[in-house]
Ligand binder design. Structure first.
Ligand code: PEP
Ligand code: MG
Length: 321
């Protein structure tokens, strides 16, 4: 059933009763962006900018950055591009940002934390992003990775404003940020939940550690409860304005069609994923109503463990079989 609907993927998704869900692509650079556009994506929900510069020993110049960002934005005229500032550190060392060895790199100076010591790299990246978006009709939104506190979010918003970037957000990858989602959403324009890291930090299980994969599972009810908390904060801050306080998910969880239904049922407003997954996720979302997704989400949040949550959702979605 899913495969018969693939051909009809149009870049947009609606639930069976017509509620729209924003579907976007995760990309790592211009080639990915072109491939995503070919697959029908209408925008980007996570541009991992560090992927463009992983081999660099020196900071990329303004012109190098401008070129890469322009090429990505150019793939989505009239669409949106959520660009993440360099997520350096931990599993992605960038020699021009990160220095030295740390005993616990995943708990160390990574993501937005690198800017506290030296905001220069971030400032220059933000200026290159603003320049890349100038004169295009792609809506630029910029977000910071690994944000933990409201003070960091306020600092990031300030840096974005100084660069002329008017829409700023933060990733929710740390349980503290999930718990403080309402205050974060009153500080920046949107949040995007990175379920890969949020699962790692909630379950205290290294995302790269094969022996811990049962812990590192976004179906873990504790992770789902944190997602629900963030989604509800979005609803509270949005109030009657459907365009405000967006709560996205851009971790791998969004590419699992059954989990995508659950995330939408929890109140998440947009999903960003590897472009290959977009048609299937759209087809599965189209098979459920908003009330059905919400009911399923409640059942999964209340499940005793990840396996039960996953099985509950899959059994309730005949479109997947
Ligand atoms: C995440 O942590 O879920 C995320 C999207 O960021 P990355 O996978 O690049 O750490
Ligand atoms: Mg992450």
């Amino acid at each position: 059933l899913v495969s018969r609907r693939l051909a009809r993927f149009s870049g947009a998704a609606t639930l069976a009763d017509g509620r729209p869900v924003t579907l976007l692509a995760n990309v790592g650079g211009p080639e990915d962006a072109a491939a995503a556009a070919r697959l029908g994506a209408r925008g980007v929900g996570l541009f991992r900018t560090e992927f463009c510069f992983l081999g660099n020993t020196e900071e990329p110049t303004f012109d190098e950055q401008l070129r890469a960002y322009r090429e990505v934005l150019a793939q989505f005229p009239g669409g949106t591009a959520v660009v993440r500032t360099l997520d350096a550190g931990s599993d992605k060392p960038l020699p021009f940002v990160t220095t030295g060895r740390e005993a616990n790199p995943a708990l160390g100076v990574r993501g937005f934390r690198t800017a506290e010591r030296d905001p220069g790299v971030l400032r220059r990246q933000l200026h290159a992003l603003a320049a890349a978006a100038a004169g295009t009709d792609t809506q630029l939104k910029v977000m910071a990775p690994m944000v933990t506190t409201v003070a960091e979010a306020a600092g990031f918003r300030e840096l974005c404003a100084e660069a002329g970037i008017t829409t700023s957000g933060v990733m929710i990858e740390v349980p503290a940020a999930a718990l403080d989602a309402e205050a974060l959403l009153r500080t920046v324009d949107f949040v995007s939940i990175g379920t890969n890291d949020l699962t790692q930090y909630t379950m205290a299980a290294d995302r790269e550690h094969g022996a811990l994969s049962a812990f590192h599972d976004p179906w873990q009810p504790a992770v789902l409860r944190l997602v629900r908390h963030v989604a509800e904060a979005g609803g509270t801050v949005r109030g009657d304005d459907p365009t405000g306080a967006g709560v996205g998910v851009c971790g791998e969880a969004a590419a699992d069609p059954a989990l995508a239904v659950v995330l939408v049922g929890l109140g998440v407003t947009s999903l960003s994923m590897t472009a290959r997954a977009l048609p299937t996720v759209a087809a599965v979302l189209a098979s459920v109503t908003e009330a059905e997704a919400a009911r399923l989400a409640r059942a999964c949040v209340g499940a005793p463990d990840a396996q039960t949550a996953r099985a509950t959702a899959r059994d309730a979605l005949p479109v997947l079989t």
